[in-house]
Design a protein around this ligand. Structure first.
Ligand SMILES: C[S@@+](CC[C@H](N)C(=O)[O-])C[C@H]1O[C@@H](n2cnc3c(N)ncnc32)[C@H](O)[C@@H]1O
Length: 222
């Protein structure tokens, strides 16, 4: 299956690069995410956010595709440094009464302990200093608050890890968000002072994408 997926991905590269060149950044992002969400990513997102409530920081919110999945008890602030994506996220956020700020995860403009939850979907693969971002997540979470992650990460098998290490610099150059598929994100989260109390693993659910290992995880400050 992984071989078939890798082949499908290789064949899809020219179309991917062409669409990325041709379209406005926010339109390309929406097109790509729409497909991934329809092929199964949306179900993972929904699962990750099902129990999230209170003051929530959604980091690297993109165009705000997760906003409709929050329950009525979540008051969400989205954070997105990319102006083109942020504009779409802000429009989407208005529908739900959510605000969106232009800031980076490495320097969060909030006081310590401000949030009940921090949600991060497919952003720790792109954030340049993921270790610093995780320390910031810990700082802005209240005691007992939780970090909710949905991320693609380095493979646990030696062959998979080797392939993703090779792909990492190529994929980072191919993607506008400079996405790194070989990050050991759970190690980074733990090193920032979190205890990961729940992890589920799967494979990125979309044909035409490499078979990236995907994790859904919840972590709390140690
Ligand atoms: C693959 S997208 C995921 C977007 C969104 N979370 C989703 O699931 O649709 C990665 C996002 O991380 C954002 N990002 C990159 N560097 C960042 C940083 N330093 N701080 C916060 N977000 C960042 C990108 O702008 C982009 O919106």
């Amino acid at each position: 299956m992984s071989l078939l997926r890798t082949l499908q991905f290789a064949l899809a590269i020219p179309g991917f690069l062409n669409a990325q060149r041709r379209l406005e950044p926010e339109d390309f992002f929406e097109l790509a995410m729409e497909r991934l969400d329809a092929e199964g990513l949306m179900a993972w997102r929904a699962r990750s956010l099902a129990a999230v409530r209170g003051r929530v920081l959604d980091v690297g919110v993109g165009t705000g595709r997760s906003f409709p999945l929050y329950g009525p008890r979540a008051r969400v602030v989205g954070l997105e440094p990319d102006a083109a994506l942020r504009k779409v996220a802000a429009q989407r956020g208005e529908i739900f009464g959510f605000s969106v700020l232009g800031a980076s995860a490495e320097h969060l403009p909030f006081v310590d302990g401000h949030f009940d939850a921090v949600a991060v979907h497919l952003a720790l693969c792109c954030i340049p200093d993921a270790a610093q971002a995780c320390r910031e997540f810990r700082r802005v979470l209240r005691p007992g608050g939780a970090l909710h992650l949905l991320e693609h990460v380095q493979s646990e098998t030696p062959l998979g890890a080797l392939c993703l290490r090779g792909l990492d610099p190529i994929w980072a150059r191919m993607t506008r968000e400079a996405c790194h598929p070989a990050r050991r994100t759970l190690d980074t989260v733990r090193a920032a002072g979190f205890r990961v109390d729940c992890v589920e693993r799967g494979i990125f659910p979309a044909a035409g994408m490499p078979p990236f290992p995907l994790i859904w995880a919840r972590a709390k400050a140690r």
